[in-house]
Design a binder for this molecule. Structure first.
Ligand SMILES: [Zn+2]
Length: 474
């Protein structure tokens, strides 16, 4: 038995959950479920990132104190557990007292290492990104991602993290192909380190200007910069600095982080350097997913083309939404979707595909077999587990759907509905084989669509045709 630790990034609670969040949660959940089925001991973390100026500003605009504001938003993210049937073990909030204590302890360890120092500096800062911006990153003084927000000038004495010290150590980490998937996402970071070197980054804010953060240990005038605090959730969720669970899952286990392609710097560089500074092991695998576009464009409220994951759940149901995200979103590249495409995939592959096959086979079994078909589907094929292990969710699903297609073809070729009338024994034999194959492929469906797989497996165990698995779209 292996120990596996999985975590998503923590959504920043300045807006409701979007497709990128849903995609990342479902991807991590599919891996968590598959590893549990393989007998591994899994710890699956998610939660919410709740500090920083953007939250403070949003709360103020809403006329709420930041804690009340974040409490409300944390609930909208917690609601996804049921909506997407997520099997996470921990939902950490960066405003949890234990997390704040861990962040302060982490700070002390980096400081003891000589990696934190105070410096007076002036910089431009985009609150939208919660990141410092150089002039070259701004377009006529405006952040290109947040053209409606004023870029702030920060001119104060802050604490800095000695990021520049860790360039070589990070390059050594990046040499391993398995550190980050897909590996090409590291190219930009590698060339930045090799050509320019890393710049130390500011890790505190003056409390007098921005108080919504974790207090810096030993300095009442400063709070931690939101990223420095937030990244530590990945280990505070394991109870760190207490060693019990941390040692089992982070030191000895297989650690896997899920993140979007805009997170390479934070997850693969900043966080890894912080871990090295605190003398803690780096993450073993980071999986980076692409972005989802609608009809070739970025989703935006102003374009009115936003696809809300909760609207998908309302239209297609939980499992079908999971299926659409896992199979029809390319795990590594950007993907383009539309409601029309979702409808088409739903109808072709779920209603007419898996749903119809299950109905045909189980009707045949219910009418002609005298007892349930016994099956032992206790292991994934190597091809299937390799696809999931490599985060190729679409390929894993393709393997299942190839089996569905093969069963449909066999039914069409051998016509068991007619065979049971002309030769009952032969018809029963074919039926039993079809049921067995259905059970085997349903076992592979568990990580992708857990409730659907369970319905089919129950149908097989009881030799009873289940209710319609996927309703026709209106
Ligand atoms: Zn910005």
């Amino acid at each position: 038995m292996a120990r596996v630790y999985l975590t998503t990034t923590l959504p920043y609670v300045n807006d409701k959950p979007h497709m990128g969040h849903a995609l990342e949660f479902v991807q991590a959940d599919a891996i968590a479920r598959s590893r549990r089925l393989m007998g591994d001991d899994v710890f699956f973390n998610t939660g919410t990132d709740e500090h920083g100026q953007k939250i403070a500003d949003k709360a103020l605009a809403a006329g709420k104190d930041p804690q009340t504001y974040t409490d409300e938003y944390a609930e909208t993210f917690k609601a996804l557990k049921e909506k997407l049937n997520l099997s996470y073990d921990a939902f950490i909030r960066t405003t949890d007292p234990a997390h704040k204590a861990a962040a302060q302890e982490f700070w002390k360890r980096c400081a003891a290492k000589g990696d934190i120092y105070k410096k007076k500096y002036a910089t431009k800062y985009c609150v939208g990104c919660e990141l410092e911006k150089t002039d070259s990153e701004l377009d006529h003084g405006v952040c290109p991602i947040h053209p409606n927000m004023e870029v702030q000038v920060v001119d104060e004495e802050n604490y800095f993290f000695r990021f520049s010290k860790y360039g070589d150590a990070l390059l050594a980490l990046y040499k391993s192909e398995s550190f980050l998937t897909p590996h090409f996402r590291l190219n930009e970071m590698v060339s930045l380190i090799e050509k320019e070197g890393l710049q130390d980054f500011s890790i505190s804010r003056l409390k007098s200007k921005m108080s919504w953060g974790v207090p810096v240990p030993g300095d009442d005038e400063h709070v931690m910069y939101v990223w420095f605090d937030a990244l530590i959730n990945y280990i505070s969720t394991l109870g760190w600095p207490d060693e019990a669970k941390f040692s089992e899952f982070w030191r000895e286990g297989e650690t896997i982080q899920f993140a979007g392609k805009d997170q390479v710097r934070q997850q693969a560089a900043m966080w890894q350097a912080m871990l090295l500074s605190a003398d803690l092991p780096p993450t073993k695998h980071i999986f980076i997913h692409g972005f989802i576009f609608v009809d070739g464009q970025k989703m935006s409220k102003s374009l009115g083309n936003v696809i809300d994951p909760l609207d998908m759940v309302a239209k297609y149901g939980t499992d079908a939404t999971r299926y659409l995200l896992l199979r029809h979103i390319n795990p590594f590249e950007d993907s383009d979707v539309t409601w029309a495409k979702f409808d088409e995939w739903y109808t072709a592959n779920l209603a007419n595909g898996l749903g119809n096959l299950t109905a045909r086979v189980m009707k045949l079994a219910q009418d002609n077999l005298t007892q349930p078909v016994l099956f032992d589907a206790g292991a994934f094929s190597k091809e299937y587990s390799d696809a999931l292990g490599g985060f190729e969710f679409n390929k894993a699903a393709d393997i299942v759907w190839a089996k569905i297609q093969a069963l449909d073809q066999r039914i069409n070729a051998e016509e068991p509905f007619k065979l049971v009338k002309s030769d009952l024994e032969a018809g029963r034999r074919v039926t039993a084989e079809l049921v067995h194959e259905l059970a085997v492929l349903s076992y592979m469906v568990i990580p992708l669509m857990p409730a659907t797989a369970e319905k089919i497996l129950t149908a097989v165990r009881t030799n009873k045709k289940p209710d319609n698995l996927f309703n026709r779209l209106a």
